[in-house]
Design a protein around this ligand. Structure first.
Ligand code: HEC
Length: 155
């Protein structure tokens, strides 16, 4: 009798513990992953805007064109592209993205590919540019690519 009461109590305690653990596990694995991914990609996008503005500034004031700085900014964007796209994996982490990022994954991929190509071209052109004029076309294509993706996939 004593044994079986103890046994039941132990069994119940185990159930309670498991339930509590299960609850904890859900919050621990899902919540931080969402916020981290959203914040991380927003931070990279902000950095891209910073790089974009530096390059744009040189195009607006061609006398300030500095090929090394310009190229550095283009390369900075290129180096962080893979990381940025990697932070869009979780369909539950919407942030300020449209549902279409996940519901129209093919379309989003096409925008990513177009951007990757535009940035690669900009890096190449920046490598030999002497004047702002030399990079204007490639820069315009890249900047257009930012806007073209935002129009459909950003809130
Ligand atoms: C393939 C699509 C795509 C491309 C290309 C892209 N972005 Fe974005 N961008 C997004 C999405 C989606 C969001 C919304 C992110 C979120 O909050 O979930 C965003 C958000 C942003 C934000 C707001 C970040 C914040 O703090 O909320 C800025 C700034 C930004 N992008 C700048 C740029 C610039 C500059 C470029 C080009 C150099 C660029 N983006 C290229 C899809 C893109």
């Amino acid at each position: 009798m004593n044994f079986s009461i103890k046994h039941i109590a132990l069994a119940m305690a185990t159930v309670i513990t498991l339930t509590a653990c299960g609850g904890d596990k859900t919050t621990n694995t899902e919540a931080p992953a969402q916020t981290d991914g959203v914040k991380a990609r927003q931070n990279i996008m902000q950095d891209w805007r910073g790089a974009n503005d530096i390059m744009k500034g040189m195009l607006e004031n061609p006398n300030n064109f500095d090929s090394a700085t310009f190229k550095e900014q283009a390369e900075f964007i290129q180096k962080s592209i893979a990381e940025a796209w990697g932070h869009f994996n979780d369909a539950n982490a919407k942030g300020k993205s449209q549902d279409a990022v996940w519901s129209d994954a093919q379309g989003f991929q096409a925008k990513k590919d177009a951007f990757d190509t535009a940035v690669a071209e900009l890096v190449t052109v920046a490598g030999t540019a002497k004047t702002a004029d030399d990079v204007a076309g490639a820069f315009g294509k890249m900047a257009e690519s930012c806007g073209s993706c935002h129009k459909v996939y950003k809130q």
